[in-house]
Design a protein around this ligand. Structure first.
Ligand code: SF4
Ligand code: SF4
Ligand code: SF4
Length: 379
């Protein structure tokens, strides 16, 4: 029962984001927001831009900002509970480690202590670099390298996200033998929560008097934290998962939020997941939740953002929104009479065997060029 609530919550969160990602793949950007709009990291990297210019970074909207605010508030109370109970990529790594054990990799691989200690700082460097580059370019610069974004594209946009898919493959392969390798050393969002968790009210104390030094707490910890000999577990890498507390045979680990004792993992999982779902529900009920703007092409001043034309836009939508007639696309790109206008732009080239003027298969960039030229000729 204890593990069941956390497991169910993690499975629910993973299933929800998989559904949202698939909906975007199936129905396109006009009907289903991209997965970036459902990730707090989008809020983290675009927050500076929003505050200083009032503009969102591409693909990011209020949903990401709301998720960031909710998870920051929760981190200040419960520590990195988003990592410990909600994040789908954390869940996946944990489950793959379980599969690894069943495959015979029973012993958790660990890096040498010194290397482990220094590598843990890499996630902060990644976070600062991504925040800086996103702020200066106004684009989600990490998107094509992000294993989570690649995971949620199911092999789509392979060329564009080749690095992302490669990193994803390495992360999942590492998870077979290492516990949460990506989380411990590289994840920039984990680095962000680690910094915020300095303010947390959650804590774990160890009663040295009743400890029998069995080491089960250290073994259970997914983040390789030294619990066995700590007086107080105050590592910023702790994700509040309570696995150490649950594994202790002598009940000598006590978790609390402020002065309130947390009795079990299932109690904390219920509070964290309940609060998370409740707060998101409130923002939806209040009409604040929006994962994407009404149109990905029309800017606030009414102009067309050509760079934002996506492969998941349909030809019908492109014609309707930009005002560029079908005949212009037919003339410039060789699109045949009777083309299925409901088709996504990224599929048209392949479906009709079309090539651009350089003899390359027709890409979304070719549609952008046509729209840009037509719009500038109209000005
Ligand atoms: S460290 Fe990153 S990938 Fe790991 S659980 Fe936290 S947010 Fe998710
Ligand atoms: S120290 Fe305990 S609560 Fe923190 S991550 Fe490790 S097992 Fe989870
Ligand atoms: S699991 Fe409990 S008894 Fe065993 S080393 Fe850890 S704190 Fe001590």
């Amino acid at each position: 029962m204890n593990k069941l609530i956390r497991f169910t919550g993690q499975a629910l969160m993973l299933a929800t984001v998989l559904y949202l990602a698939l909906a975007h793949q199936w129905y396109g950007i006009e009907k289903a927001a991209p997965i970036d709009g459902f990730c707090p990291f989008g809020g983290v990297v675009s927050f500076l831009k929003l505050v200083s210019t009032g503009e969102f970074v591409q693909r990011i909207y209020w949903g990401s900002i709301i998720l960031m605010v909710i998870t920051v508030a929760m981190t200040m109370i419960f520590g990195r509970a988003f990592c410990g109970f909600i994040c789908p990529l954390g869940t996946l790594q944990e489950w793959i480690r379980g599969i690894g054990r069943r495959m015979g990799f029973r012993k958790d691989r660990e890096l040498p202590t010194n290397l482990d200690k220094h590598l843990r700082y890499v996630k902060y460097a990644t976070l600062i670099l991504i925040m800086y580059l996103t702020y200066t370019t106004g684009e989600l610069i990490f998107r094509n390298y992000d294993p989570y974004v690649s995971l949620m594209h199911f092999g789509e946009e392979f060329e564009e996200k080749m690095f992302g898919y490669s990193i994803l493959a390495l992360v999942l392969a590492a998870a077979l033998v290492y516990k949460n390798f990506w989380c411990r050393y590289l994840c920039p969002l984990g680095g962000f929560y680690a910094i915020i968790s300095r303010l947390k009210m959650f804590g774990i104390k160890r009663d040295a008097g009743s400890c029998i030094d069995c080491g089960k707490c250290n073994k259970a910890c997914p983040h390789g934290i030294e619990v066995q000999h700590a007086k107080v577990v105050d590592s910023v890498d702790c994700v509040s998962c309570m696995r150490c507390v649950e594994s202790c045979p002598e009940d000598c680990l006590t978790a609390s939020v402020g002065k309130n004792r947390i009795k079990s993992q299932s109690q904390l999982a219920t509070i964290v997941l309940g609060l998370f779902i409740l707060l998101i529900g409130v923002t939806i009920a209040m009409g604040w939740w929006k994962a994407a703007p009404a149109s990905n092409l029309i800017m606030a001043d009414g102009s067309i953002d050509v760079a934002n034309i996506r492969g998941s836009n349909t030809l019908e939508y492109l014609i309707k929104t930009t005002g560029v007639p079908l005949e212009v696309f037919q003339k410039e790109l060789g699109i045949p009479e009777g083309v299925d206008e409901h088709m996504k732009l990224k599929m048209i080239g392949e479906k009709y065997g079309l090539k651009n003027s350089e003899g390359e298969p027709l890409e979304v960039e070719d549609f952008r060029k046509v729209v840009a030229e037509h719009v500038s000729s109209e000005d």
